[in-house]
Design a protein around this ligand. Structure first.
Ligand code: PLP
Ligand code: COI
Length: 343
């Protein structure tokens, strides 16, 4: 089927918002979700006292739609985003949005905005942002009784300017998440927490923050928007284990790719910051970040420079990147159930 794409310079897109034609909306009232609809209205008008405005009762997800080499439009593991959104909602006392309806909303929004799905090989993708929020007035600290689920799409390029140029991180003096807090869910409040820290890091010339665990400040957690992945000098993939980091779908997929496609050993375990200086490669993994190489980490003036250097991805990081994106864009056969075809 021939489809006229929008006149967008796909190759020069950054990670920003471009309004697309249609988004999906469903409202929760009187204990149930309505049937949902696509709308052209990109604005949300709510009461001044809505739960989302007063007590930040909102959770979200992030996933992408891709054009494959043979021209299909697909998404990557949306079932896991549906599941994680349910877990996030539960933690903030938001009623679950049914998982099958989440997948249906993804299909409807991508199909309705097919002209915005960047072409294969352009380096861009269609980013999907599902989210839920408390919509009725609440002034005492309690959950709302009415909610909205929305899902919009926006075409995006690389999350970090410079594409695959290795990043420089700062070990943050701020915490991202508390022990027994909300670090393991995708709640807007975690990102509000990180804004001052990221502005501080940027002002000091860093690309991102490395957060350590809030309780002991000795173990590696994650960055503001991605999980860590390290490669040891004997080519083992290791990722941090913690109850206060987001269970990244990209990271879980990369670990499986490392084992099943690249024949590497992979381990999820507590990683003391002390060990980081002995690693061969370091990357940030997430939907937006894909896998972005880290070249240097600075801990209060003390520099850790990875042997992979500041110009290219390390060799294992590169293989992981190529295999994962190859799977997502239909060049490499995917494990069963990873690719959902839209059209
Ligand atoms: N960690 C944080 C804090 C994030 O915001 C994200 C982005 O979604 C990730 C990790 C990566 O998760 P995923 O791979 O599921 O996109
Ligand atoms: C994603 O990777 O989808 C995220 O939500 C991270 C965010 C910092 C853009």
């Amino acid at each position: 089927m021939f489809m006229q794409k929008k006149d967008i310079d796909w190759g020069s897109l950054g990670f920003g918002y471009i309004q697309t034609d249609k988004r999906y909306v469903s409202d929760f009232k009187d204990g149930k979700w309505d049937e949902g609809r696509l709308t052209e209205d990109a604005n949300v008008v709510l009461n001044e006292c809505a739960g989302v405005f007063q007590y930040a009762q909102t959770v979200f997800e992030g996933l992408k739609a891709y054009t494959t080499e043979d021209g299909r439009i697909v998404t990557f593991r949306p079932d896991l985003n549906a599941e994680r959104l349910e877990q996030s909602a539960k933690r903030l006392e938001i009623p679950a949005f049914p998982r099958d309806r989440f997948i249906d909303a993804v299909k409807q929004v991508v199909s309705a905005n097919a002209a915005y799905v960047p072409p294969f090989g352009s380096g861009a993708t269609l980013y999907l942002r599902p989210y839920m929020m408390g919509t009725n007035p609440v002034i005492g600290v309690k959950p709302a009784t009415e909610y909205q689920f929305r899902l919009f799409a926006t075409p995006v390029g690389p999350y970090f300017k410079g594409g695959v140029k290795p990043l420089t991180l700062k070990v943050s003096d701020f915490d991202r998440a508390a022990p027994c807090g909300t670090g393991n869910i995708k709640a807007g409040l975690n990102y509000a927490m990180s804004l001052h820290a990221i502005v501080t890091a940027h002002n000091e010339g860093f690309d991102e923050n490395m957060y350590l665990d809030a309780k002991t400040r000795t173990n590696v957690e994650e960055t503001g928007g991605a999980n860590f992945l390290f490669v040891t000098k004997d080519n083992k993939v290791v990722t941090p284990k913690s109850d206060s980091i987001l269970p990244s779908i990209t990271r879980r997929s990369l670990v499986q790719v490392a084992k099943e496609y690249l024949g590497l050993e992979a381990e999820e375990r507590v990683i003391p910051f002390e060990e980081v200086k002995d690693m061969a490669e370091c990357g940030l993994c997430g939907t937006a970040a894909v896998i972005s190489p880290v070249g240097k980490i600075v801990d209060h003036g003390k520099e850790i420079c990875f042997p992979s250097g500041m110009t290219d991805m390390g060799p294992i990081t590169k293989k992981l990147y190529e295999t994962l994106t190859g799977i997502q864009m239909g060049k490499i056969k995917a494990p069963e159930g990873w690719i959902y075809e839209i059209m």
